[in-house]
Design a protein around this ligand. Structure first.
Ligand code: NAP
Length: 322
């Protein structure tokens, strides 16, 4: 008999076929209040779990006594308590690398859109307000030649550094817990303490994972260090920034603008003060959202699960190596 797995996010047909060739697949197109009980019930026989965008808490794990492996269709693992999974001898696998370039593109799109006021001025044209030659009121600020501070110089941070240094002639500063020598050599990136990075960067881009150490790492104190010319971009996770402190800083003109792909609460409420600010570009968490990349992530996650269930060691294991 084929092992049972639970799939909790829709995947492309070819990826579903990959899974169905090896497993008995119980499918959910996302989990919500209506189908949560059925999802939890399905876990009773599950040996594998694959999906994304759902907090997998102890209650869910308690309902899955036979679970051996979880494959998340994401690089971020903040929906899981990895220590608890390790204690339960459940392997967690993620999808690094395949989404790096696309997510870096999203970051750079936000840098350019905020600097050159792309969304605000496209709205101005659409509203019929372009009635003559534009003046200073429509000017933006340069990106090329400026200083970019990257908080979290890992895979995505490195891909942003490449765009910044090689494409836009930017000076790159970064902060990490450990120096990234490869980024220093390839892009001239300079390892810089967070406070100094905030004080001297024209653009600050957040690409650290959400962990207990990074949650709230950009609050009122940190925002106060940024100069009024600076733009803050977040493509990691919303709760790394104290959102109400960011709103206050933007309202007080402490920052030039913000480009945000992620928020404390998603979907962002239509009542959010952020949406009333012309100098904020807000996206619906589209970091990796292209057809090609989402397909590659689903393939990677499916292969991760197949390998783990067949006892193959996967390079994408998140639990600490023993
Ligand atoms: P990664 O390669 O692991 O890079 C993360 C970097 O953050 C590492 O260089 C790490 O270096 C640094 N870091 C970790 N904890 C830190 C701390 N406490 N202080 C300072 N630096 C710290 O991960 P990645 O593949 O680039 O992905 C990064 C994150 O992007 C993911 O975790 C996910 O949340 C987010 N993401 C978002 C989207 C989206 O749709 N918007 C898409 C993909 C990924 P050290 O270990 O040396 O500190």
């Amino acid at each position: 008999m084929q092992p049972t797995i639970v799939l909790y996010k829709k995947v492309p047909e070819d990826v579903l076929a990959m899974l169905q060739a090896r497993f008995s697949v119980v499918q959910f197109d996302g989990v919500n209040g209506d189908n949560r009980a059925a999802f939890v019930a399905a876990l009773a026989n599950a040996e594998g779990l694959i999906g994304a965008s759902l907090k997998i808490d102890a209650g869910i794990l308690d309902a899955a006594p036979h679970l051996k492996a979880i494959s998340t269709i994401s690089v971020g693992t903040d929906q899981f308590d990895v220590d608890d999974l390790t204690r339960r001898e459940i392997v967690l696998l993620n999808t690094p690398d395949v989404l790096t370039q696309t997510t870096a593109d999203t970051g750079f799109a936000l840098i350019l859109a905020t600097a050159r006021r792309v969304v605000e001025l496209a709205d101005y044209v659409r509203a019929g307000q372009w009635t003559g030659s534009i003046g200073e009121a429509c000017f933006g600020t340069d990106v090329q030649g400026k200083t970019l501070g990257i908080i979290g110089m890992g895979r995505i941070g490195g891909a942003i550094a490449r765009r910044a240094a090689c494409g836009f002639g930017m000076r790159v500063l970064y902060t990490n817990r450990t120096p990234n020598v490869a980024a220093e050599q390839a892009y001239g990136a300079q390892f810089t303490a967070l406070d100094a990075l905030l004080r001297t960067s024209d653009f600050v881009c957040i690409t650290v994972p959400l962990t207990p150490q990074t949650e709230g790492m950009i609050g009122a104190r940190e925002l106060a260090k940024m100069p009024p010319r600076a733009i803050l971009v977040n493509i990691s996770r919303g709760t790394i920034i104290d959102e109400s402190a960011l709103i206050t800083a933007l309202e007080n003109g402490q920052l030039r603008g913000a480009g945000l792909d992620v928020f404390e609460r998603e979907p962002l409420s239509p009542d959010s003060p952020l949406l009333r600010m012309k100098n904020v570009v807000a996206l619906p968490h589209i970091g990796s959202a292209t057809h090609e990349t989402r397909h590659a992530m689903a393939v990677c996650a499916a292969q991760n699960l197949i390998d783990a269930m067949e006892g193959e060691s996967s390079g994408n294991m998140v639990n600490p190596k023993r």
